[in-house]
Design a protein around this ligand. Structure first.
Ligand code: MLT
Length: 270
């Protein structure tokens, strides 16, 4: 079912009697990046996925966003869907979705049964990172969103995927290009201004799965591993033959890991 909540385009899929899993996409995609995970999980889980404010079909507004607003949106959505009713959800985020998931947990981890962090990191942008965001905004203003996306795509996929998954690469590229440039620039500003959640990692008390592509150029395995090491109750996996978009590049591996984690660590928890 498709629902609009506070301007957010939300999809309520799967089995509403079961454990809820909220899937938060990365930048600058939309909820369809989770299609393979939805197919794998929908019989046994209640799946909520949505387009982050400014991206996909969600409300764009003035582009003045922060990660805090994205977390407010998430908490509002959880409230409106009355997600607490059937037990606490598991929060799963990829990259920027992971920044949102980590900050949401830092604000109130007692609202979640578990965390799944994919191809993401807890550190905030350093100065070089902030300057890169600024360059990106400038590029969108001067050369257009298509050029920004064309330059981004090679960093998102493993070289092998760029070569062998051309239709998928084109699909993702088209999703990125179909966004409103105001929303893309607003997301870049939000990411540049985000706080670090690194100190919070050792305070995480809920089961956490940390996983990333073996060839991720943006959040490579050592970054993911270091993060997992700081989380008490974590499991860590490297996704073979995948870059930054591991759930798309190697969906069967990612789905098996997610299903295993949910069955072992989450199902049955209140
Ligand atoms: C993403 O996939 O969400 C982005 O790579 C995040 C970022 O640019 O930091």
């Amino acid at each position: 079912m498709h629902i609009t909540i506070n301007g957010l385009s939300v999809h309520d899929l799967g089995n509403s009697e079961k454990q809820t899993v909220i899937l938060i996409h990365g930048f600058p995609f939309d909820y369809t990046m989770w299609n393979s995970q939805v197919r794998a999980l929908q019989n046994d889980y209640n799946i909520i996925t949505y387009d982050i404010r400014g991206l996909g079909k969600s409300y764009v507004g003035d582009g003045q966003y922060t990660i805090e607003f994205f977390v407010d949106d998430l908490f509002w959505l959880m409230h409106e869907l009355d997600l607490g009713k059937l037990g606490k959800p598991v929060l799963c985020g990829l990259s920027m979705g992971g920044y949102i998931a980590l900050r949401a947990a830092e604000r109130d981890q007692s609202r979640f049964n578990g965390l799944i962090l994919l191809d993401t990191k807890s550190d905030a942008d350093d100065d070089a990172g902030k300057l890169k965001r600024s360059e990106g905004i400038n590029k969108i203003n001067t050369d257009g969103l298509d050029k920004f996306v064309d330059d981004l795509i090679p960093n998102l996929f493993a070289d092998e995927s760029l070569e062998n998954m051309k239709a998928t690469v084109e699909y993702i590229s088209n999703i990125c290009k179909s966004n409103n440039p105001i929303g893309v620039k607003g997301s870049l500003l939000a990411m540049a201004a985000r706080t670090s959640t690194t100190k919070f990692l050792k305070k995480i008390e809920i089961p956490t799965l940390v996983m990333g592509g073996s060839f991720d150029k943006l959040t490579p395995p050592p970054v993911m591993r270091e993060m997992a090491d700081k989380i008490k109750d974590s499991e860590y996996a490297i996704v073979p033959r995948a870059g930054h978009l591991s759930p798309i590049e190697n969906p069967s591996y990612v789905n098996d890991m997610i299903c295993g984690f949910l069955k072992r660590r989450i199902v049955g928890k209140k």
